[in-house]
Design a protein around this ligand. Structure first.
Ligand code: FMN
Length: 432
């Protein structure tokens, strides 16, 4: 079922989606995401859950281990309290920000989300197009089912390429070269994934079994697809289980969709790789996956043009701090030396404004647009962006602030404990 002819291999043009893939379905989905009942990102999540097989929905929605960090990323925004200035008339608001020398119409970009093509046919291009139309940027994951040049060509906005060293240095160097040739304007190196986190929902849903390509092993889990025939029709028309066309292995074959965890373990990125990557790319480099002031300083010393305070949306090491809580420490350490972005837990425009008040130059949103993509393709991503944009605009007006550039920490209050850290203790070397 998963194993079908694939399109989008390295060097092969992507043919159109087979047949006249569900234009009725597409219109129905577009109507659903534009409905008056879709007011916030949670509503898009609900639609996504209704359309996707459980294994795919949980892949987006889930986090690592006990999902403590996943929950905390969202919850911690509740600890940040606004301090508005009332009786201030702000008729027009200016939501523009400058990131890495590029002006964006919105203070958020779309984060790299792997396997987006499972959520919706040609999902990466659909999301990139929606981002460009809204005047913002899209970050393409290495673990995507669409080629970087195809995705770059779909958007009128900036497209950045997120790099994993999958397939080894040679394959990564070739990917970097293709990203440059395609016109990507920044390289995002993710450093928090030396091994894939344990996503318990994926294990229970039989992800590994479904990827085994062994019919008898797959059989007990296939009902999830049969229970979502409309998703299945789109998936099959899009060529079935994709390869990763941006990871071209020695011999010229695109990396097949398989156990990504094992592949990541064989391609851990280290600080010494970063030096090599910067020399190779020569353009703007962003380091994603910063949790602490120490790593932030290291990244800046290694020449990062920007960093992303990120814990991978709670999908890697469970129990790490919510990103909004880690932000003040990172800003205090490197805020004057580099551009600091943040992602994790953003579900409302108010969350975005809080992060900007605490010093982030802009944020990335992951699940917020992935739910939209899964609920209604490009229309769903556009709806997610419109919801967040309207939230940010309204929040600024309610704060009595006319533009993003005027936001600062005086508009918020954070718990006193956020600045405090336990003093380092002596190393336990030699203890039994
Ligand atoms: C389904 C899914 C796949 C992801 N794939 C990648 C990836 O391939 N590379 C990467 O750097 N981050 C990846 N991320 C992490 C996001 O870039 C981002 O850090 C995270 O989604 C932010 O948290 P949020 O979803 O709460 O907004 C992924 C996140 C999700 C939800």
């Amino acid at each position: 079922m998963w194993v079908l002819p694939r399109y989008g291999r390295a060097g092969v043009d992507c043919p159109p989606i087979a047949g006249n893939f569900g234009s009725d379905d597409r219109m129905t989905m577009a109507r659903a995401v534009r409905s008056h009942e879709v007011v916030n990102i949670a509503d898009l999540r609900r639609l996504a859950k209704r359309r996707l097989p459980r294994v795919v929905f949980d892949y987006i929605d889930g986090g690592a281990d006990g999902e403590i960090t996943l929950r905390e990323n969202c919850r911690a925004f509740e600890d940040v309290i606004f301090r508005p200035r009332c009786a201030v008339a702000t008729t027009g608001t200016d939501l523009r920000v400058s990131v890495l020398g590029t002006q964006l119409d919105l203070p958020f970009l779309l984060a790299p989300v792997g396997s987006s093509r499972l959520f919706y046919p040609r999902g990466e291009s659909a999301a990139a197009r929606a981002a460009g139309d809204a005047g913002t940027g899209y970050v393409l994951s290495t673990l995507s089912g669409s080629r970087v040049d195809e995705v770059r060509g779909a958007s009128t906005g900036p497209v950045w390429y997120q790099l994993y060293l999958l397939g080894g240095r040679e394959a990564a160097a070739a990917a970097v070269e293709r990203a440059r040739a395609a016109g990507c304007t920044a390289l995002v190196v993710t450093i928090d994934t030396p091994v894939a986190g344990l996503r318990e929902r994926d294990a229970r849903n039989g992800t590994r079994e479904l990827l085994s390509r062994q019919p008898f092993t797959m059989l007990p889990h296939v009902w999830q697809f049969l229970a979502r025939p409309r998703w299945l029709a789109g998936f099959l028309a899009d060529g079935g289980l994709m390869d990763f066309p941006n990871v071209v292995l020695p011999g010229g074959r695109a990396m097949p969709y398989a156990d990504v965890g094992a592949a990541l373990e064989q391609s851990v990125v280290s600080w010494s790789d970063l030096r090599w990557i910067r020399e190779l790319w020569k353009g703007r480099t962003v380091i994603k996956g910063i949790h602490t002031a120490e790593d932030a300083r290291r990244a800046v010393n290694e020449g990062a043009d920007a960093i992303v305070v990120s814990n991978h949306g709670g999908r890697q090491l469970d129990g790490v701090s919510a990103t909004i809580r880690a932000l003040p420490e990172v800003i205090a350490a490197v805020g004057s030396r580099t551009e600091v972005l943040l992602d994790g837990g953003i579900r409302r425009g108010g969350d975005i404004v809080k992060a900007l008040c605490l010093g982030a130059r802009a944020v990335l949103v992951g699940r917020a647009y992935a739910y939209g993509l899964a609920a209604g393709g490009e229309a769903g991503v556009a709806r997610a962006i419109a919801i967040l944009r309207a939230d940010v605009d309204r929040t600024l007006k309610l704060l009595g602030c006319a533009s993003i550039s005027e936001l600062d920490s005086s508009y918020v209050e954070v718990p006193a404990a956020w600045g405090a850290r336990v003093e380092p203790t002596a190393p336990r070397v030699g203890l039994p």
